[in-house]
Design a protein around this ligand. Structure first.
Ligand SMILES: [Zn+2]
Length: 113
């Protein structure tokens, strides 16, 4: 595998670095699936949000052999995802504070009885 050359430089989660990756043919990816189901690649859109169009490609890292799927989509959706993640982090912090306050209130209430 490491002797293979070419491919697009992509981040491989297993290698934890940018590595040359090849595009796997759709039928090759689907043939290697253990559940016998076929995945759709190429131009796609989100079922719940049909305005979100993207392009799916099955890939294989030429350094370690890890197989994964990449998606190409308009950058504005990545920025939107980053915003939502930040919102969730803020909400999580607020929920933690609220739980702490509730526990304190319960503890204080219990002492008065
Ligand atoms: Zn890899």
């Amino acid at each position: 595998m490491a002797k293979d050359k070419g491919g697009t430089q992509l981040y491989c989660e297993r290698c934890q670095q940018s590595s040359p990756c090849r595009r796997i043919r759709d039928h090759e990816w689907n043939r290697m699936r253990e559940d016998g189901k076929s995945e759709i690649f190429g131009s796609c859109y989100s079922g719940r949000h049909p305005e979100i169009h993207y392009h799916r490609r099955p890939r294989q890292c030429l350094r370690c052999g890890h197989r994964f799927v990449t998606v190409e989509l308009a950058e504005e959706y990545l920025l939107e995802l980053n915003r939502y993640r930040s919102y969730f982090e803020e909400i999580g912090t607020l929920v933690d504070r609220l739980r702490h306050l509730l526990r304190s209130a319960e503890t204080s209430g219990g002492r008065k009885r």
